[in-house]
Structure formats: structure tokens, C-alpha cells
Design a protein. Structure first.
Length: 145
């Protein structure tokens, strides 16, 4: 399996919790909630973001998003910072502890997904990869309407 595609597939699967539940068994989920991983991954990729933007991108309600961000702040993985241009806007920023968590978790999740998908043929893997990519594209389009 192509490492680049495996990394992209992992990120896409984590964006879609139903797929995550199927591909990573409960025995393998030793790290914190996949939502922690998703939030930190998004912040690492896109930079500091307001909580409402994170919630929109992860299709999560505001109360649920607030609860998860509070947990991440408590665990020292993210912090709330005032926007430099508009101090009324609070953005979420990844801490060094969060970056370390992401590094360790990404490797671990990739290994689990690769192990659980090892029964797929190359053709089946390509089909899954393309299907998940299409689902992500459609969901992002729906969100923009």
C-alpha cells in the first residue's frame, strides 16, 4: 500500500466516525478519543481556528465541540488564544503536548488501519481509498450550501 495514500485514507477515515469505528477495533483504541486526534490534526494542518469553524468542519454541534475543546484544554493539548485582530474572537491553538500526541497517534492509527485493511487486495484498497475520498468531497460540498 502506498504510504501517501494510507496517510490520506487515515485522515479521511478519522473525519468519518462510522468508518473509524469499523476500521479500528475497540481493542486497538488505546489513545484518547478520535475527536481529539481530529481536532489537533485539523489545527496542525490549518493553523489556529475558532471553535465554531472546527465544529463545522467536523460536523459537530457547538455544545459537543465546547465539551471536547474543554477536555483538550484540561489535558494541555490545545489552548484558547485571543485573535490578534479582534480580541472578541477566541481561537484554538495546538500546544507542544498536542503536537506530540498527534505524532504518536498518527503513527499508531496508521498501523491499526493498515493491519485491519491488510485483507484487501490492491484493487479493493484503491476502491476504498477513492470511495472515502469521494464521500469527503461530497460532505464538504454539502456543508458549503
Amino acid at each position: 500500500m502506498d504510504d501517501k495514500k494510507m496517510n490520506e485514507l487515515t485522515d479521511n477515515i478519522l473525519m468519518l466516525p462510522a468508518f473509524y469505528q469499523k476500521v479500528v477495533s475497540s481493542k486497538q483504541r488505546k489513545f484518547k478519543s478520535p475527536i481529539y486526534y481530529q481536532v489537533i490534526c485539523m489545527l496542525e494542518r490549518e493553523g489556529d481556528l475558532p471553535m465554531s469553524v472546527i465544529g463545522d468542519k467536523l460536523f459537530m454541534s457547538r455544545p459537543h465541540m465546547t465539551w471536547n475543546i474543554d477536555k483538550l484544554v484540561t489535558n494541555g493539548m490545545v489552548e484558547r488564544v485571543a485573535d490578534e485582530k479582534d480580541r472578541r474572537v477566541i481561537k484554538i491553538s495546538v500546544t507542544p503536548k498536542g503536537k506530540e500526541f498527534l505524532k504518536k497517534s498518527h503513527k499508531q492509527v496508521n498501523e491499526y488501519i493498515e493491519m485491519n485493511l491488510s485483507s484487501l487486495s490492491d484493487e479493493e484498497f484503491e476502491e476504498l481509498y477513492n470511495s472515502v475520498k469521494t464521500i469527503k468531497k461530497v460532505l464538504l460540498k454539502i456543508r458549503q450550501v
